[in-house]
Design a protein around this ligand. Structure first.
Ligand SMILES: Cc1cc2nc3c(=O)[nH]c(=O)nc-3n(C[C@H](O)[C@H](O)[C@H](O)COP(=O)(O)OP(=O)(O)OC[C@H]3O[C@@H](n4cnc5c(N)ncnc54)[C@H](O)[C@@H]3O)c2cc1C
Length: 597
C-alpha cells in the first residue's frame, strides 16, 4: 500500500521571527510501513541531515539507495574533469558508508533518470521514491519529468528540503514577489525558522537483493577525461566524502573561522573554509555548516568573523534563490538592458585569458592555478571574472562555462551569481562601468607577490616593486631577473587606458540600443531592472515520516543575534524511534535540551 504523505509547507514564522514549536517538521504519525522505498541520491551524498534518507528509513521496511549517473541530462552543464573526479570519489565513500550501516548503494548509468527510476520500481515493486530538492532549472525540469513518469506508475514521490537553510518560496516580499537584491533577501531570510540538522542514522533498513548495478569504478564518471597529474594533485589536497567534509568543517570552525573577517581577503594562504565542493555535492549541509559555525566556541568570541562567514553562506542561498525565481539568470543577465551589450567575441583573447597569458600577473597567476588545481580563492575569481568582462569585453557566459568546466567546486547557481555580480548584471553587484583596479587588488590579495611567484615561476626573481607589473621593469632589471618579456611572459594583451575607453564606448552603445528597444516597444520594457520574474512554488510535500524537531523555535536571525550577546540557544531532537540518535560531529558545541553537547 502506498503510504500517504500529507501535502503542505512549513509554517511561516510570526512577525517576531519565531514560529510555533511544531512548525518545522510534521511529527511522526502512525503509518503503515511500505515494503520498499527508493532513496534517490543526487547532490546530497551524505547520511547525516538527509531528510529524504530519514524519510525512507521511516516509511519502509526496506530501503534501496540509488545514484543514477546521467550526465546527458545536464545538457551543456555536464560536470568538468575536477568535478567528476570529486563525484567518483564521493560516491565510493557514500557506498562504503551505506555498507557500514547494513545498506547498499545501487549505481546506475542511464540517459533518462525518470525512466531508470520507473524501471527500478517495476523490477523491485517499490511504491515510493524520496529525494532532496534541487533548485537549478536543469534539475527542476528533470525532476518534474521523473515525478510525472513515476506518478503515472502509481509510485509516490517525496521531494524534501535539504540543501538550504531556507526554501526560496519562504523568502518573499510583502506582495509575494521574490527579492532581487541580496540585502533585502538576507534580511528576510534571517526571519526564517532555524532548523537544526538531522542526526546521522545509526542504522538503516536493509536494501533488497536485486538488481546488481555497477561498482563505483565501473560507473565511468571520468569518461574519456583522464585526470592525470591533476588527479594526483586533487587526491593530495582534498578528501571527498562525508567524513572529509566533517573534518574540513571541524578544522575550519576551530582554527580558520575566528580570523575569517580579516584573513578571507588574502589569497596567499588558505584563509577560507574550502567547503564549497563538499557543499556542492551535499556531503555536508548548509544547516550543518551553520550549526557548527554558531556552535564554535572560538568563533563566538569573534562575532565579526562569524557574521562574515554566515553572510558567505547566505550568498550560496541567494544563488539558489535567484535560480529558482529567475531561472533565466543561469545564462542570461538579470538586468534586461545588458542583453544589448556589444561584446567582443574575440577567441584569441579568450584563449589568452584561459591560459594565464594576458600579461597581467594578478590575473594570470589565478588562471594558471585554476588550470592546475581546479581552485581559485574568491578574490581571485572576482579579479579574473571582472578582467574578462570589463577589460577584455568578452561575454560573461564564456567565463562562466570555463569556470564550470574547470572549478573543483563548480556549482551552477554560485557560478552564475558570481559572474552576474562581476559583470554588472545585478542591481546590487558591481556596476558595468566599474573596473577592478588590478594594482589595488594585487596589493590587497597578494601583497608580497607569493601567489604570482608560485604560479608564474618565470617572474619569481622580480622584486616586489615589479612583480605585479613586469612591463614597468627596466631592461636591466628584467635581464637580472632572467626574463625576456614577450618570450618568457607576454606583454599586456591590451593597455589599461584603451581597455577603459573601449568599455565606456560599449556601455554607451548598450544604453542607446536598450533605449531604442524600449522605445520600439512603447516604453513598456524598462531599460534597467529585473524582467521575466516568476513566483513559482514547487509541489513540495512534507512527508509525515520525517523526524520532528520539537524545539525548533528560533529564527535564523535570532540565533545569529544571540551570538552578539553571548546567549545560548537550545534545540530538541526527537530521536525516539532509534533510527537516528547520534548527533553528527558538525553539531558539536550546540547546547541540546537534554544537556548533552
Ligand atoms: C566569478 C565567480 C564564480 C564563482 N563560481 C563558484 C562556483 O562555481 N561554485 C561555488 O561554490 N562558488 C563559486 N563562487 C563563489 C565563491 O568564490 C566560492 O564559493 C568560494 O570561493 C569557495 O571557497 P570557500 O568554500 O573557502 O568559501 P568560504 O568563504 O569559506 O564560504 C563558505 C561557503 O559559502 C558559500 N559562498 C561563499 N561565497 C559565495 C558566493 N560569493 N556565492 C555563492 N556562495 C558563496 C560557498 O558554499 C562556500 O563554501 C564564485 C564566485 C565568483 C566571483
Amino acid at each position: 500500500m502506498v503510504e500517504k504523505c500529507s501535502p503542505g509547507k512549513r509554517r511561516a514564522p510570526d512577525k517576531d521571527g519565531n514560529a510555533a514549536a511544531d512548525a518545522a517538521r510534521v511529527s511522526p504519525v502512525e503509518h503503515e510501513l511500505l515494503d520498499l522505498a527508493i532513496m534517490w541520491f543526487r547532490r546530497d551524498l551524505r547520511l547525516a541531515d538527509n531528510p529524504a534518507l530519514a524519510a525512507t528509513a521511516r516509511m519502509a521496511k526496506r530501503v534501496l539507495p540509488v545514484y543514477i549517473w546521467s550526465p546527458e541530462e545536464e545538457g551543456q552543464f555536464q560536470p568538468g574533469t575536477s568535478s567528476r573526479w570529486w563525484l567518483a570519489a564521493s560516491l565510493a565513500t557514500l557506498a562504503a558508508d551505506l555498507a557500514a550501516l547494513g545498506s547498499r548503494l545501487l549505481l546506475l548509468r542511464a540517459s533518462d533518470s525518470g525512466a531508470a527510476l520507473c524501471e527500478l520500481c517495476r523490477d523491485t515493486g517499490a511504491r515510493a521514491v524520496a529525494f532532496n530538492h534541487l533548485y537549478d532549472p536543469v534539475s527542476m525540469c528533470r525532476d518534474a519529468e521523473a515525478r510525472a513518469a513515476l506518478a503515472a506508475l502509481g509510485v509516490a514521490c517525496h521531494p524534501l528540503p535539504a540543501d538550504l537553510l531556507c526554501q526560496p518560496w519562504e523568502v518573499l516580499r510583502a506582495d509575494g514577489r521574490p527579492f532581487s537584491d541580496f540585502a533585502s533577501f538576507w534580511e528576510a531570510h534571517r526571519r526564517c525558522l532555524y532548523l537544526p540538522p538531522l542526526p546521522r542514522p545509526r542504522r538503516l533498513p536493509r536494501a533488497p537483493p536485486a538488481p546488481a548495478g555497477l561498482a563505483p569504478s565501473d560507473l565511468n564518471v571520468h569518461g574519456d577525461a583522464a585526470t592525470g597529474q591533476l588527479g594526483d594533485h586533487l587526491a593530495q589536497h582534498w578528501a571527498p566524502g562525508e567524513a572529509g567534509a566533517a573534518r574540513a568543517l571541524a578544522g575550519f570552525a576551530a582554527t580558520g573561522l575566528p580570523g575569517f573577517s580579516v584573513d578571507r581577503a588574502k589569497g596567499d594562504r588558505p584563509s577560507t573554509s574550502h567547503l564549497s565542493p563538499h557543499l556542492h555535492y551535499g556531503e555536508v549541509s548548509a544547516r550543518q555548516v551553520f550549526a557548527a559555525a554558531v556552535g564554535a566556541g572560538e568563533a563566538r568570541r569573534a562575532p565579526d568573523s562569524l557574521h562574515a562567514f554566515l553572510r558567505q553562506l547566505a550568498f550560496r542561498e541567494y544563488g539558489r534563490y535567484l535560480a529558482f525565481h529567475y531561472p533565466f539568470t543561469l545564462d542570461q543577465p538579470m538586468l534586461g538592458h545588458l542583453q544589448a551589450m556589444p561584446w567582443h567575441y574575440d577567441v584569441e583573447l579568450f584563449k589568452a585569458w584561459k591560459r594565464g597569458q594576458t600579461g597581467y600577473p594578478v590575473v594570470d597567476a589565478s588562471m594558471r592555478q585554476l588550470w592546475s588545481t581546479g581552485w581559485i580563492h574568491h578574490r581571485g575569481r572576482v579579479v579574473c571574472a571582472s578582467f574578462l568582462v570589463k577589460n577584455l569585453l568578452l561575454p560573461w557566459q564564456w567565463g562562466l562555462k570555463h569556470f564550470w568546466d574547470t572549478l573543483i567546486d563548480a556549482d551552477l547557481e554560485s557560478d552564475s551569481l558570481g559572474w552576474q555580480y562581476c559583470a554588472g548584471c545585478l542591481r546590487d553587484g558591481h556596476a558595468l562601468s566599474h573596473m577592478v583596479d588590478l594594482a589595488e587588488e594585487a596589493a590587497r590579495y597578494d601583497p608580497g607577490g607569493a601567489h604570482v611567484r608560485r604560479w608564474i615561476p618565470t617572474l619569481a626573481r622580480l622584486p616586489n616593486s615589479h612583480i605585479h607589473s613586469p612591463w614597468t621593469a627596466s631592461p636591466d632589471l628584467l635581464a637580472a631577473a632572467g626574463i625576456q618579456l614577450g618570450e618568457d611572459y607576454p606583454f599586456p594583451v591590451l593597455d589599461m587606458p584603451s581597455m577603459r575607453s573601449t568599455l565606456d564606448a560599449a556601455a554607451k552603445a548598450m544604453d542607446e540600443a536598450a533605449a531604442e528597444e524600449a522605445a520600439a516597444e512603447g516604453g513598456r520594457r524598462p531599460s534597467q531592472g529585473p524582467f521575466r520574474p516568476s513566483t513559482r512554488r514547487p509541489d513540495l510535500t512534507t512527508c509525515s515520516a520525517l523526524p520532528a524537531f520539537a524545539g525548533a523555535q528560533h529564527s535564523i536571525g535570532t540565533v545569529m543575534n544571540s551570538l552578539d550577546n553571548q546567549a545560548s540557544f537550545s534545540v530538541t531532537v526527537d530521536s525516539s524511534d532509534g533510527v537516528a540518535t547520534e548527533l553528527g560531529a558538525a553539531t558539536a558545541g550546540c547546547q541540546l535540551s537534554d544537556g548533552t553537547q
